[in-house]
Design a protein around this ligand. Structure first.
Ligand SMILES: NC(=O)c1ccc[n+]([C@@H]2O[C@H](COP(=O)([O-])OP(=O)(O)OC[C@H]3O[C@@H](n4cnc5c(N)ncnc54)[C@H](OP(=O)(O)O)[C@@H]3O)[C@@H](O)[C@H]2O)c1
Length: 277
């Protein structure tokens, strides 16, 4: 594959398996040097070894839910050789909300929301100053579909909420930097064949490489879609969506909602005034 014109150093979080390991592989083939971040040192080393000698690879063992570790990763992302940040690490914390461990839910917010936000904040100033760079945020189709059937719903309110944040954060930031050369993308995979569903995310998965029982899209296809969308400057990338106009229709529905919403209380909320009401 031809190298990327803009290749420099890419930081990929959650690079020890699944979609993140695939970003590492595809970016290495395009000539990017890599900084790979995750908790499992052994798995990061395996991913790094598979990338071969053609590119410089550094691994950073860090728990993005841990404040001190996040600071270490943030300092690396803030260095001005970083031209691409892939905020991919994520955990699901699945479980009935009212019974869920509050500490685990805080961790889901830390890994899925706080870390990507802080890392993007570290990357944007030097990308903007140099006039090039990109941030890819990995969300999920559940950002849009979290409340849709099947009934009963799988227990995923906080996870879907974090991915909704990623979509809104990215789209709003993309509008903010639209006049600059910096590109921002959110990728929304559906079910993907990774280790993601083997655990809730509180402890790393070890030893097992089983995919979800229902299979899913190969992670290679998710990453191919994302990198192709980046070249096309597509802000919302949905790898399995055949009709890309669905995203345009969503934007049109949002615009209508905002434009139809005035400063006068909607009649249906007005208190009844008696007399036949
Ligand atoms: N698989 C799906 O069906 C699916 C669908 C839509 C979106 N996604 C999203 O895709 C992204 C990647 O997930 P995946 O499917 O590739 O699953 P995965 O194979 O489980 O990968 C998750 C990655 O995140 C890392 N990670 C988890 N907790 C971390 C922490 N506290 N600190 C640092 N790294 C951490 C993991 O590494 P360590 O365990 O070594 O830390 C691993 O490298 C996630 O954001 C997920 O929400 C997945």
């Amino acid at each position: 594959m031809a190298g990327d014109r803009e290749a420099g150093t890419a930081v990929v979080t959650g690079a020890s398996s699944g979609i993140g390991a695939e970003y590492a592989a595809q970016l290495a083939r395009r000539g990017w040097d890599l900084v790979l971040v995750a908790r499992r040192a052994d798995r990061l080393a395996t991913v790094a070894e598979r990338l071969g000698d053609g590119v410089a690879v550094t691994t950073v063992v860090a728990d993005l839910a841990d404040q001190a570790d996040l600071v270490r990763v943030t300092e690396r992302v803030a260095q001005d050789d970083v031209s691409l940040l892939v905020n991919n690490a994520g955990i699901n914390g699945y479980g009935a909300f009212a019974a869920a461990d509050a500490g685990l839910l805080a961790k889901v917010l830390g890994v899925n929301v706080v870390a990507p936000t802080v890392l993007a904040r570290a990357a944007l100033p030097h990308m903007t100053a140099r006039g090039r760079g990109a941030v890819i945020n990995v969300a999920s189709l559940l950002a849009f579909a979290g409340s849709l059937p099947p009934v009963p719903l799988p227990h995923r309110a906080v996870y879907a909420g974090t991915k909704g944040y990623m979509v809104t954060f990215t789209r709003t930031l993309a509008a903010e930097v639209a006049a600059t050369p910096v590109r921002v993308q959110v990728v929304c995979p559906g079910l993907t064949a990774t280790e993601f569903h083997l655990g809730a995310g509180d402890t790393p998965v070890s030893g097992r490489e089983r995919v979800h029982d229902e299979g899913g899209m190969p992670p290679a296809d998710v990453v191919t879609a994302s990198l192709s969308a980046l070249e096309a400057r597509e802000v919302v990338c949905v790898p399995g969506l055949r009709d890309a106009d669905a995203v345009t229709r969503l934007t049109a529905a949002e615009r209508a909602l905002r434009e139809d919403s005035g400063l006068v209380l909607a009649p249906r909320y007005r208190p009844a005034t008696g007399d036949g009401d």
